[in-house]
Write a protein that binds this ligand. Structure first.
Ligand SMILES: [Zn+2]
Length: 340
């Protein structure tokens, strides 16, 4: 495997640690075991590149992991007490630190239709912040590892314009996907890119500035198009309005040869809490009441249809099925397949 710059820097720092611990380093970065000090086995602590391919009819879908978001559930979620939220998190074995900090996956989805290579969401890119585990988002690195190049992507189709979904398309004023056109829902573009934000809350103004920076080189290159949610944006890719989380938040129903996948973006963020309690909102929702209505409408339909779903913040690779259990829902992740 090619050693990326990031991995190389990490290897260098591991090398320093290895020397400090009295180990002898070999050329490939592995230390020789020093049994007398209790480190018989030298472990590579990095995971494999996080992408997952699967077939959907004639299409190929590739889930890409961007890293993780960090949050404190009881500070971000509404409608329940801290105790209730933590009980639900415990019941779902949600990983949390001793201080109650939880992680949530950030996923993006690549669709190879045969005619187009479409990237739905793009991770956080170079935007930094305390709410992310990674200094730089991993979508592009894992897209390359999965066998594609950024130049191959001809369509960018974000679910909405929050930083963890859009900022992976741009860096230092340049398009990361130089041959791609950015397709945006009319309402999402109108709110985040075109409206006067001066009367909006400060967080929204900052978020709009971040979205405008990400879109800027595509606008400059005249490569931004809009669509009306509800329309088929490309053959087999129908947009579905999920307004509430943001004014133009949009899901995509992807269909090929009788198979389908519903990409829901941020219909929910914390499955441990929002599936048993779809009424629970999150502070990142532009309109909590509308976002709650969308969950109340969509979850029963998706469960009843036994619809294959995927979400930007479901545990990587973020694909599975919903089952209705009384008033609540449960997520069944798909089983890993070696080949498709
Ligand atoms: Zn969002």
């Amino acid at each position: 495997m090619e050693v990326s710059r990031r991995n190389f820097v990490k290897m260098l720092s591991m090398a320093t640690l290895g020397v400090a611990a009295g180990n002898v380093l070999t050329v490939n970065g592995r230390a020789e075991a020093n049994e007398s000090k209790g480190d018989k086995y030298i472990v590579n602590h990095e995971q494999v590149p996080a992408y997952y391919h699967f077939k959907l009819g004639k299409m190929e879908i590739t889930t890409l992991c961007d890293g993780m978001g960090i949050f404190t559930p009881e500070m971000c979620l509404t409608n329940l007490t801290a105790k209730e939220i933590n009980n639900l998190a415990d019941r779902d074995y949600m990983p949390r630190t001793a201080k109650g900090i939880a992680t949530v996956a950030i996923n993006a989805f690549l669709i190879n239709t045969g005619n187009h290579l479409i990237l739905v969401d793009s991770g956080k890119g170079a935007v930094d912040g305390e709410i992310f585990t990674e200094k730089h988002g991993l979508v592009t690195e894992f897209l390359k590892a999965s066998g594609y190049e950024p130049e191959d992507v001809d369509v960018l189709l974000p679910t909405h314009l929050h930083a963890d979904h859009i900022c992976g398309i741009e860096e230092n004023g340049q398009c990361i996907f130089p041959n791609a056109t950015l397709y945006l829902a009319n309402q999402e573009k109108a709110y985040w890119l075109d409206s006067d934000m001066s009367s909006q809350p400060q967080e929204a103004q900052i978020a709009a500035q971040i979205a405008r920076t990400a879109a800027k080189p595509y606008i400059a290159a005249n490569r931004v198009k809009t669509f009306e949610p509800g329309e088929e944006v490309f053959a087999g890719i129908k947009s579905v309005p999920l307004f509430g989380h943001t004014p133009g938040h949009t899901g995509y129903m992807v269909s090929s040869e009788g198979k389908s996948l519903f990409i829901w973006g941020d219909l929910l963020h914390v499955k441990a809490v929002q599936l048993p309690h779809p009424e629970v909102g999150i502070i990142f929702d532009s309109d909590t009441a509308e976002a709650r209505k969308r969950r109340a409408e969509m979850l029963p339909k998706l469960a009843e249809k036994k619809q294959l779903v995927c979400g930007a913040h479901l545990p990587f690779p973020g694909i599975g099925y919903l089952e209705k259990q009384g008033k609540n829902y449960h997520f069944h992740p798909i089983e890993y397949q070696l080949y498709h």
